[in-house]
Design a protein around this ligand. Structure first.
Ligand SMILES: [Zn+2]
Length: 255
């Protein structure tokens, strides 16, 4: 078979496989890269509504879908666009049409009761996740988020705190007692301490929301990658709060 025929054959097969998963009415269709922040917010809200209503669709989790992802998607670590012009970056993104295209990045707590894919009713390839107790921001987490934005093309970043967060509670109590948490847990306390210091005598819920806002602000002012994209409205950072009782996520501000 000649090369052109092979290519045509591949395209036909690829189209057939792709069409198998085509979801004309499903906005989470993975073949649509560069979903806008507004659209990404809608997807998260719709997914959380399905979850709270007990009507989860568990999208993109079938064995067929998993096989498709394994066969047809890849990541290109050479694609980091830092230093590229916007035209070069756009071209690079276009070349990545078969890579993963998570529509949102979620920085959330490690808490076992708040897994983002479940509470937003999303599946494989939908969310780019960074999880660390207290949803604090460290360099590795920031690098991961920048990767999600700059290489994978996600345009919405959600910082998700939650009711009864043990990390924030521990930070609050440790700082109040002028103590030190054991081992490396102290690093979480240190990360949350500025929030505790600025919200003295606040209740835990207020402090959890202040901690989300603190991380949101840190991301919005993060140079060199995020701030520029956020200032130009290419990327949006929002804060959210998950209520354990109801399963509902409340978005803390609209920006
Ligand atoms: Zn937590």
């Amino acid at each position: 078979m000649r090369k052109t025929q092979l290519v045509s054959c591949f395209i036909v097969i690829n189209s057939l496989v792709a069409s198998q998963f085509a979801r004309a009415a499903d906005p989470t269709d993975r073949d649509r890269p560069m979903i806008s922040p507004t659209e990404a917010m809608s997807l998260l809200k719709e997914g959380n509504s399905r979850f709270t209503a007990g009507n989860g669709q568990h999208p993109h989790e079938s064995t067929d879908e998993r096989a498709y992802i394994a066969k047809y998607s890849y990541e290109n670590p050479d694609a980091i666009s830092l230093g590229m012009t916007s035209e070069q970056a756009a071209k690079r993104r276009a070349e990545l049409t078969k890579s993963q295209h998570p529509f949102a990045i979620i920085l959330s707590c490690s808490d076992s009761r708040v897994p983002p894919e479940i509470v937003f009713d999303q599946g494989l390839g939908d969310l780019f996740g960074v999880r660390v107790a207290g949803n604090v921001l460290n360099d590795e987490g920031l690098g991961s988020i920048e990767y999600g934005v700059d290489v994978l093309g996600a345009r919405l970043i959600l910082v998700l705190g939650h009711q009864s967060c043990g990390a924030v509670d521990a930070a609050m109590k440790t700082v109040a007692a002028k103590g030190k948490a054991p081992g490396h847990i102290q690093s979480l306390v240190a990360a949350i301490k500025p929030v505790v210091d600025s919200t003295r005598k606040a209740d835990l819920d207020t402090m959890i929301k202040a901690n989300v806002k603190y991380v949101v602000d840190a991301l919005r002012s993060s140079k060199p990658i995020l701030k520029t994209k956020i200032d130009s409205n290419d990327v949006q950072v929002v804060g959210g709060y998950y209520t354990l009782d109801t399963g509902a996520v409340t978005f803390l501000d609209g920006k």
